[in-house]
Design a protein around this ligand. Structure first.
Ligand SMILES: [Zn+2]
Ligand SMILES: [Zn+2]
Length: 179
């Protein structure tokens, strides 16, 4: 991903403060021409830092590029997606961050995690987890998700770690963080 220029960062800041920003707003607050504002909007939506709305630019909700829990880039192959009661989606980089976030979030409608073997999205509450294995994708302790217990048991034979269901994994994950 290309890094945003200082001007583009200023626009992203505007968007994060106001949710939706018109071309006119951007022109005024940055003192740039209509054409430049338009060009910046184009490139920001191309890089994926904002969403295009009629006549301006808006905050990106679902495909935000950073883990809402730890801030690392979520181009991870094991995203953990939490949907809140108001329909807002929060994307975490991995099950480690997802489980940590679920311990503090109250208004959760659903939580989906990614099966480590198959890459499919599965219900986080019914998934099986391997905590603290040798395979660390981003966060430590590593937490990987599996759709069934057998896959998880097979995995630990090769890569260590402990097999746990949702609530046990959440507890172990938290405990290991404190060490
Ligand atoms: Zn994270
Ligand atoms: Zn992570």
């Amino acid at each position: 991903m290309k890094n945003p220029t200082p001007r583009q960062k200023a626009i992203v800041r505007l968007v994060s403060e106001k949710e939706n920003v018109s071309i006119g707003d951007i022109r005024k607050s940055l003192g740039i021409s209509q054409a430049t504002a338009y060009r910046e909007i184009q490139s920001l939506t191309q890089i994926g830092l904002a969403a295009k709305i009629p006549g301006g630019i808006g905050r990106l909700e679902t495909s935000s590029r950073h883990c809402f829990q730890c801030g690392t880039e979520t181009n991870s192959r094991v995203p953990f997606v939490i949907e809140q009661e108001d329909g807002k989606q929060l994307v975490a980089c991995c099950a480690h961050c997802g489980l940590m976030a679920l311990t503090r979030l109250a208004d959760v409608r659903s939580a989906m995690t990614t099966d480590f073997f198959y890459g499919t999205m599965i219900n986080a509450c019914r998934a099986w987890y391997v905590v603290n294995s040798n395979i660390v994708l981003c966060c430590k302790p590593s937490v990987l998700s599996f759709s069934n217990q057998d896959d998880a048991l097979l995995f630990v034979k090769g890569f260590k770690g402990e097999v746990a269901n949702f609530s046990v994994a959440q507890k172990k994950n938290r405990e290991l963080m404190k060490l």
